[in-house]
Write a protein that binds this ligand. Sequence first.
Ligand SMILES: Cc1cc2nc3c(=O)[nH]c(=O)nc-3n(C[C@H](O)[C@H](O)[C@H](O)COP(=O)(O)OP(=O)(O)OC[C@H]3O[C@@H](n4cnc5c(N)ncnc54)[C@H](O)[C@@H]3O)c2cc1C
Length: 428
Amino acid sequence: MKLGIVGGGITGLFLAREISKKGKDEICLFEAEKELGGLSRSLREKTWRWPLEGFFHHFFTSDDLVKELLTELGLIDKLVYRETKTSVYSHGRISPFDNLFDFLRFPNLTVFDKLRMGTVLFLLRQLPYFGFFENYRASDIFPKLIGNNGWQEIWGRLMEGKFDRFSKEVSFSWLWSRIKVRSQQLGYLNGGNKQMFDLIAKQIGKNNRLFLDDPVLKIGPAGNSWLIKSKRRSALVDKIFLTLPLPKALKIVKDILPEPALKKFGKLKMIGALNLILRMKKPFLPQGTYWLNILDTGFPFIVIVEQTNLVDAGNYGGENLVYVGGYYSQEDPIFKQSAGQVLKSFSPGLKKINADFEKFLIGVNVFSDLCAQPIIPTGYSAIKPSLELIPDKIYWATPNHIFPWDRGINYSIRLSKQLFRLHQISAR
Ligand SMILES: Cc1cc2nc3c(=O)[nH]c(=O)nc-3n(C[C@H](O)[C@H](O)[C@H](O)COP(=O)(O)OP(=O)(O)OC[C@H]3O[C@@H](n4cnc5c(N)ncnc54)[C@H](O)[C@@H]3O)c2cc1C
């Protein structure tokens, strides 16, 4: 059978690898960018030994499918978990936020607030997923559970930073999943995620075709087959797997989906993300902090992540690399700005945290994507798309298909496995 896969992120690549292992089908994989890896693709300066993911990336200890894949690829020894330091910037000061002791010393909550929040977080981490979680908005139920102070000082700010104007729509199931899986130790694949994508590409490329820099423009029926029309070519295939973000997938299938389906799926929203990457001669954050959540208002970013407090700066020619990140509505003008323009608007906020940083700045890069994070509203399981878009012919697997978990490489692999099983069943 001839199969078309659209999208060369982890979902598309993993699926292509599973199919090619069986050796029965012929695959054409189309990727719009010049590089594979999607949201986890990398950039590299000449002086760096390792490439760097454009968006900060790490793995949780619970990411079992990532570990399984890395084992099969012979890369598992390079996945190293480390204790990381997390802090928060609140009321104009940085406070460590790693353990119970830090939490108890956090100045902006009463002892009662802390005990209450600590107990709720502990219980939520123990609980399995319950269907009713998705019936509540996080912004309604969580303040009731942890108290208004805890919501206003910490969690409400985190939700606003992550979802911008959509923050009040997000279901409690999303928040539960974030609390449930986050681990104290964070893993990084030494050498970068690019190796994982390159190795997969090498394995599938032997008998199949990978087309880079070749966005698919549309697909349509052609007799008993399907025609994929991309920027550079046309291909006839028997089945198509769309592994790109849902709004982009809809553009490709808009001529073949009935209006009600287009309308229904068109309601599923995503938000964009932008990371400004600072290349510094000196560390940016104090005391080896890896992750700093910004809880004060008035900042145009929500998090600062110092990559070289997770892995050694020597891997990047001695440069200290720092992501300054935020999530923004897709129409936000920030997505049209150059790295210099973003730096200019971020600078006043950055100076509040490190007044002298500009003296040690070597350069900046910017990395952004309009489809970075699905918005999961209440009652999502009733509107969640199924993996089959046109039965037996066109399948899709996007971050909007991941539920109740948050999007992430581990869950993209899980989706790919499900797609592969569906393909096997329908090919019998
Ligand atoms: C800021 C940020 C931080 C993250 N941190 C982590 C983390 O720490 N750990 C973790 O596990 N996950 C993290 N993620 C999530 C993770 O990167 C994604 O869940 C995962 O990469 C999604 O893979 P995917 O293949 O499903 O989609 P994508 O990576 O979006 O891949 C889709 C691919 O389709 C291509 N495409 C789009 N349009 C077309 C077209 N018309 N034709 C052909 N190709 C097309 C795109 O170029 C892209 O390569 C993070 C994401 C962001 C935004």
